[in-house]
Design a protein around this ligand. Structure first.
Ligand SMILES: [Zn+2]
Length: 193
């Protein structure tokens, strides 16, 4: 699925867990982090632009380095460096990486019809436990759009009722303005009903 959907899903999963703001943010970022193995697209592009051939790092590493057990242990372990409640943050990190894997397994096909992305759970050490689902839908399919819209709706509910938002992952000032606006509208709506 798209990085935005992954980030919203892991942010949502961290809500209501009793973790503080910093630990929830760590869990949210961990849920997105498996896609770091797709950054090979940048050196691929630079190499092609410089006429140095195509190292095909994206094709070789994406879904083959951090989309499995290695990522599910390594990425939450990185979050321990900043977490306050370490055990809970680590376990939630393991859970959101697996949620990421599940989302990619069901909805990351494309662009061709036959282009199904498998999840090689033990990669890069072994090809065993490689999973693929023949019903995998494309990245821009309606279930992905629907899930993203549902997550965005949850963001508004949490902003209105708890003063939390994923905007805080990027900018504190923008988060404060976003929450204030949503809560003002929420109060207006409640007065009318
Ligand atoms: Zn992914």
């Amino acid at each position: 699925m798209s990085p935005i959907t992954h980030l919203l899903a892991s942010w949502s999963m961290a809500e209501g867990t009793g973790l503080d703001r910093r630990d929830r943010a760590a869990v949210a970022w961990v849920g997105l982090a498996p896609d770091l193995d797709g950054l090979g697209v940048l050196p691929d592009l630079v190499a092609r632009l410089l006429g140095m051939g195509d190292p095909a790092l994206y094709g070789r590493l994406h879904h083959a380095l951090l989309h499995g057990l290695l990522g599910a242990l390594l990425l939450p372990a990185c979050a321990l460096a900043v977490a306050h409640r370490r055990v809970r943050t680590f376990l939630l990190g393991v859970a959101v990486v697996h949620l990421h894997l599940l989302c990619d397994l069901v909805g990351s096909r494309g662009p061709d019809r036959e282009d199904i992305w498998p999840i090689a759970y033990l990669a890069p050490f072994s090809d065993a436990w490689t999973f693929a689902w023949s019903g995998q839908w494309p990245l821009n399919a309606w279930p992905n759009v629907l899930l993203t819209l549902a997550l965005v709706a949850f963001v508004f509910v949490r902003a209105a009722t708890a003063g939390h938002s994923p905007v805080q992952l990027f900018c504190e000032k923008a988060h404060t303005a976003f929450v204030a606006t949503v809560q003002a509208r929420w109060r207006q709506m409640r007065r009318r009903t």
